[in-house]
Design a protein. Structure first.
Lengths: 379, 297
C-alpha cells in the first residue's frame, strides 16, 4: 500500500464523479466545437436541469422519499438571485412595486446566484424540519403542499415577483461554460454527500428506519440536512436558469417542470449519481428530438389544428414503461466506475459494492410489501 | 352575509367536495396510493360532455350518464395498464406512475382536442334559479346536493349490503388479511378504481356546470380540493372524506366572506398550510378510522 501515491488513491476512490465530470466536459467541448447556437442553448439548459436533478437525487436517492417541493425551491432561487443581480434601474422597470428596501441591492452575478441558492436553502431549512419525520404518502402530500404554497406565494406576492406576469429584463450571465462548471461541481458535491457520514446514515434510514434508529442515527436530522442541501442545489440551478432564460413567470416552476425533472431522475435511476446524469442526458435527447418533430409538424401544418403535448405524451408513456419494467432506472443503484487500476486492490471494495447493490435491489423489491406488513402488524 | 342562499351554496359546494374526496380516499384506503391522475378523470368527463353535447343530438341526461361511464372506464383503464404492473413494486413507483398518468391524460387532451378552452352547452336548468324563502337559489346547486346525496346513499348501500362492498371495506382496513381470506385483490382494486371514476364523472358534470367550459388543465383544482378535504377528514376513513369535503367547503366559503381581497389570493396557500399542520399534529384527521391504529408516516 505504501507504494501508492496519495493522489492516485484519491483518484482511484473517486472514479465515479471524475468520469461523470469528464463526460460533461466532453459534451461541453463538442457543443462548443459544433458552434450551433441551438445546440449550445439546449446543452446549457440541460446542465441547469442536471443541477436540479442532482439536487433531487441527493434527497430522494439517499432518503427514499419522493419530494415534490424541489421545483418550488428552484423558483425561490431564481427570483432571489434575480433580486440580487439586477441593477436598481432595471428593478424599477421590471418590478415596479418592489419593496423600496430591496431596490438598491446589487451584487455581481456569481454572488447573486449564490445568494439565491442560500435563500432557497434557508427557506427549506426553516420550513422542512418538522416535515422530515413524515414518510410515505404523508411525506409526499406535505412536499406537494409545500410546492402549492410556494407557487401561490410566487404568483401573488407582486412586490417581490411582479405577480403572475412575466418578469423581464434579467441580464444574461449564464453561458455554456458557467452551467457546465457548476453542474460538474454539483456532481462532486452530490457524490461526496452520498459517500459521507451523513449520506451513509441517511441511506441506512432509507433501507431500514428501525435498525438505523437502534444504532443511534437521528433520521429527522439526516433527512433535514439532505433536504436543505438539495434545496441549495435547486436554488443554484434556478438562479443559473433565470440568468440564461432572462424572462420568466412563476408558472415556470410548477407541475410541468416537476414532471420533467422527476422523469429525468427516474429514467436514469434515483439511487445513484450516475443515474441522475444519465437520465438527464437521455431525457433531454429524447425530449429535444420529439420537440423537433412537433415543431416540424406544426411548421409544415400536417395537422390543421397544430400539434401540442406530443412530447409530454411520449415522455409520460416512456416513464410508465420504465417504472413497470425497470423501476430502478437505467443505472439501478450502480455507479459508473473505472476499475482499470489493477483489479486485485479494488477487489474488496467491489465486493462491498456488489453486496450493497444486492441489498438495495432487494430492499426496493420488498418495500411495498413491508408497508402493508407494517399496517398488518398493528391490528 | 350568511343567509339561506349562502347556506345552500356552501352545502352544494360541500357535496361536490365530499364526492371528490370520497373518490380519492377509496383508492388511498386500499393501495396507499395518492392518485395524482384523479383530477384528469374530471377533465375526461368534461370533454365527454363537450363532445356529446356539441356533436350528437342525445338528451342531456343520457349524455351525463355517458360522461360518468367514460370517466369510470378511464379510471379502470389506468388501473389495468399503469397501476397494476407497478402495484407490487414500491409506493414511490406507484406515486410517480400516477403523476405520469396525469401528465399523459392531460397532454393527450391537448394533443387530440386543443389547448384552448371548449365551451360546453348546458341544459336550461343549469342557469335557472328558484326563489326559496326570499333567496334566489340556483337549480344547479340544489341538483348538486340531491345528486350527491343519492350517490352517497348508493355507495353506502354498496359498502354495507353487498359482498363486494364488505370486501372493499375489509381491504381498506387490512388488505393483506383480506387477501388471505380469499378475496381476489384485483377485483377489489378494480372496484375501488371504478367507484373513484364514477365519483369523478359525477363531479365533472357539476364542475363543468359552473364554468360551462373545459380545458386540458381543468383537473388540477378538483385534485387539490380532494387532497385538502381528505387530509382534513382523515385519509383512512370514508366518512372522514365526506366530513372533510363539507368542512373544507365551509372554511373556503367563510374565508371568502371574511378575508380581504389581498389575502384571498393566498387562500390556497392557507389551505395547504393547514394540510401540513394536520399531517404533522393530527395525521388521522377529524374522523379516526375505527380499525386503524397505524400512524400515517
Amino acid at each position: 500500500m505504501n507504494r501508492t501515491f496519495p493522489a492516485r488513491t484519491l483518484v482511484q476512490r473517486n472514479t465515479t464523479p471524475i468520469l461523470l465530470a469528464a463526460l460533461l466536459l466532453f459534451i461541453t467541448i463538442v457543443a462548443e466545437m459544433l458552434g450551433i447556437n441551438l445546440i449550445v442553448r439546449i446543452v446549457t439548459v440541460m446542465f441547469t436541469s442536471l443541477i436540479l436533478v442532482l439536487g433531487l437525487q441527493l434527497f430522494m436517492g439517499n432518503s427514499g422519499i419522493l419530494s415534490f417541493a424541489h421545483i418550488g425551491f428552484m423558483g425561490i432561487g431564481a427570483y432571489a438571485s434575480v433580486l440580487f443581480s439586477m441593477t436598481p434601474q432595471a428593478k424599477q422597470l421590471s418590478i415596479p412595486s418592489l419593496y423600496p428596501l430591496l431596490v438598491p441591492i446589487h451584487l455581481p452575478f456569481w454572488a447573486a446566484v449564490l445568494m439565491g441558492a442560500l435563500v432557497a436553502a434557508l427557506v427549506a431549512a426553516v420550513v422542512s424540519y418538522p416535515l422530515m419525520r413524515l414518510s410515505d404518502a404523508a411525506a409526499v402530500i406535505t412536499t406537494f403542499a409545500l410546492l402549492v404554497i410556494i407557487h401561490v406565494i410566487l404568483v401573488h406576492w407582486d412586490r417581490i415577483t411582479n405577480g403572475p406576469r412575466t418578469l423581464f429584463g434579467v441580464d444574461n450571465y449564464t453561458d455554456l461554460w458557467t452551467s457546465a462548471l457548476v453542474s460538474m461541481l454539483a456532481i462532486f458535491l452530490v457524490y461526496f454527500f452520498k459517500e459521507s457520514r451523513v449520506g451513509l446514515r441517511l441511506r441506512a434510514t432509507r433501507d431500514d428506519a428501525y435498525a438505523a434508529a437502534s444504532i443511534g442515527i437521528n433520521m429527522v436530522s439526516m433527512r433535514w440536512l439532505a433536504f436543505t442541501a438539495s434545496a441549495f442545489l435547486a436554488g443554484l440551478g434556478g438562479g443559473l436558469w433565470a440568468h440564461f432564460i432572462t424572462s420568466f413567470s412563476p408558472y415556470a416552476f410548477y407541475l410541468t417542470e416537476t414532471f420533467v425533472i422527476l422523469a429525468m431522475l427516474v429514467v436514469g435511476g434515483p439511487y445513484s449519481v450516475s443515474g441522475a446524469v444519465v437520465g438527464t442526458l437521455v431525457v433531454t435527447a429524447v425530449r429535444e428530438g420529439l420537440r423537433g418533430i412537433e415543431n416540424y409538424l406544426n411548421i409544415a401544418q400536417v395537422f390543421p389544428q397544430g400539434v401540442y403535448g406530443f412530447t409530454e405524451v411520449v415522455l409520460s408513456i416512456a416513464l410508465i414503461l420504465i417504472l413497470i419494467y425497470r423501476p430502478s432506472g437505467i443505472m439501478g443503484s450502480r455507479e459508473l466506475r473505472w476499475t482499470g487500476f489493477g483489479r486485485m486492490k479494488n477487489a474488496p471494495e467491489e465486493a462491498l459494492q456488489a453486496a450493497e447493490d444486492a441489498k438495495e435491489t432487494s430492499a426496493k423489491g420488498t418495500s411495498a410489501k413491508e408497508t402493508s406488513a407494517k399496517g398488518a402488524s398493528h391490528v | 352575509m350568511i343567509n339561506f342562499e349562502f347556506i345552500v351554496n356552501t352545502l352544494s359546494l360541500g357535496s361536490l367536495y365530499a364526492m371528490l374526496a370520497l373518490g380519492l380516499v377509496i383508492i388511498y384506503g386500499i393501495l396507499r396510493l395518492v392518485n395524482f391522475a384523479y383530477g384528469e378523470l374530471v377533465m375526461i368527463g368534461g370533454y365527454t360532455l363537450y363532445l356529446l353535447t356539441g356533436f350528437t343530438p342525445l338528451p342531456w341526461v343520457a349524455i351525463a350518464l355517458f360522461a360518468v361511464l367514460v370517466s369510470m372506464f378511464t379510471s379502470l383503464g389506468t388501473e389495468l395498464v399503469a397501476f397494476r404492473p407497478v402495484r407490487e413494486k414500491s409506493l414511490t413507483a406507484m406515486l410517480i406512475t400516477s403523476f405520469a398518468v396525469s401528465t399523459l391524460l392531460q397532454n393527450g387532451a391537448l394533443l387530440i382536442i386543443s389547448p384552448r378552452a371548449r365551451a360546453v352547452r348546458l341544459p336550461q336548468i343549469f342557469s335557472e334559479s328558484v326563489r326559496i324563502a326570499g333567496a334566489d337559489v340556483p337549480w344547479r346547486n340544489i341538483l348538486t346536493i340531491v345528486v350527491s346525496l343519492v350517490m352517497l346513499g348508493l355507495l353506502s348501500l354498496l359498502l354495507r349490503r353487498t359482498t363486494l362492498g364488505i370486501a372493499l371495506r375489509a381491504a381498506a382496513d387490512n388488505f393483506r388479511m383480506t387477501r388471505m381470506l380469499g378475496v381476489p385483490a384485483n377485483t377489489v382494486i378494480s372496484t375501488a378504481f371504478a367507484i373513484s371514476g364514477i365519483m369523478a364523472g359525477v363531479v365533472s358534470i357539476f364542475w363543468i356546470g359552473r364554468s360551462a367550459s373545459v380545458t386540458p388543465t381543468i383537473g388540477l383544482p378538483p385534485l387539490l380540493v380532494a387532497f385538502v378535504a381528505t387530509v382534513i377528514g382523515g385519509m383512512r376513513s370514508l366518512v372522514g372524506a365526506v366530513v372533510g369535503g363539507y368542512v373544507y367547503a365551509i372554511i373556503i366559503s367563510l374565508l371568502g366572506v371574511f378575508l380581504p381581497q389581498t389575502l384571498l389570493d393566498f387562500r390556497e396557500a392557507f389551505m395547504f398550510g393547514i394540510v401540513i399542520l394536520i399531517l404533522l399534529f393530527r395525521p388521522e384527521g377529524l374522523i379516526r378510522s375505527k380499525t386503524s391504529v397505524e400512524r400515517i408516516g
